[in-house]
Ligand binder design. Structure first.
Ligand SMILES: C[S@@+](CC[C@H](N)C(=O)[O-])C[C@H]1O[C@@H](n2cnc3c(N)ncnc32)[C@H](O)[C@@H]1O
Length: 243
């Protein structure tokens, strides 16, 4: 511990409790992923290890988390040491995920929109492809190519603001409005054809964008109406594809 990213790592970990993450993101992601019992999973851009832990808790046999931030990996290892689940963590970039063997599942939650150019996006996709066993699946969350960017107030009800000029490759920001969770994500806006071309060039097939879903607990907790606008223009989307 003690690196410059520790505070961000702790905040990233706490965001798991935000209604949007819990009821939309995690629910939609696992609906798309399905059963991981006995599978091997590589969690690329694992951050504080939220999804790595979920995979193990849901019965995955082997889970490896990688992230290019030492602070995130320090924090993930700190959580692993205090509540061991048998997860391995490494400081490693997504563009160079090779050398860890191949996996049944590669997860990349909030990774691909950090690619600043199409070339980096292609390198990331090629690296994710190389980390999968034949027939394995990539399941990923990225900023939605169709997120609402014209009206900065659109997502306030969901505790954040999004901004971008919205052109291909433009910087896009997501700023948390939760006072205890102050963070801003700065990434890049890529269109659906650009994501799909990078995935196909890497060798992926059967690309599916999964419709956003809200967990029944999220509807019980906040009411169906609360989610209507979000479901119309989700800021993040889950997709999957196959090697
Ligand atoms: C918003 S966090 C998401 C963390 C985690 N996947 C989750 O869903 O909780 C994004 C993570 O991507 C990592 N990241 C960004 N670019 C990366 C790259 N090129 N290679 C590996 N990790 C990267 C950051 O360090 C950060 O931990």
């Amino acid at each position: 511990m003690g690196s410059q990213y520790d505070m961000l790592a702790a905040i990233t970990n706490l965001t798991a409790e935000m209604p949007l993450r819990k009821y939309f993101e995690e629910y939609t992601f696992f609906q798309a992923l399905g059963d991981v019992t006995g599978r091997s999973v590589l969690d690329v851009a694992c951050g504080s290890g939220l999804y790595s832990r979920r995979f193990k808790q849901r019965g995955a046999a082997r889970v490896v988390g990688i992230d290019n931030s030492e602070g995130m990996i320090d924090y993930a290892r700190h959580l692993e040491a205090s509540q061991p689940l048998g997860i391995e963590y490494h400081v490693q970039g997504a563009e160079n995920a090779r050398g860890l063997g191949t996996f049944d599942v590669v997860a990349a939650t909030y990774l691909l929109h950090y690619a600043p150019t199409r070339e980096v996006l292609r390198d990331m996709c090629a690296s994710l492809f190389a980390s999968l066993a034949p027939g394995g699946r990539l399941v990923s969350i990225c900023m939605s190519p169709d997120m609402e960017l014209g009206d900065s107030s659109y997502y306030r009800k969901y505790d954040f603001e999004a901004a971008s000029r919205g052109e291909e490759g433009d910087v896009a920001t997501v700023k948390s409005l939760v006072p205890e969770l102050p963070f801003t994500i700065t990434a890049y806006h890529w269109t659906r054809p650009t994501y799909e071309a990078a995935l196909r060039d890497a060798g992926f097939r059967d690309i599916v964008w999964h419709p956003p879903q809200i967990a029944p607990e999220g509807i019980a907790a906040l009411g169906a109406d609360h989610w209507t606008e979000y479901l119309r223009r989700p800021h993040a989307e889950v997709f999957s594809c196959t090697k």
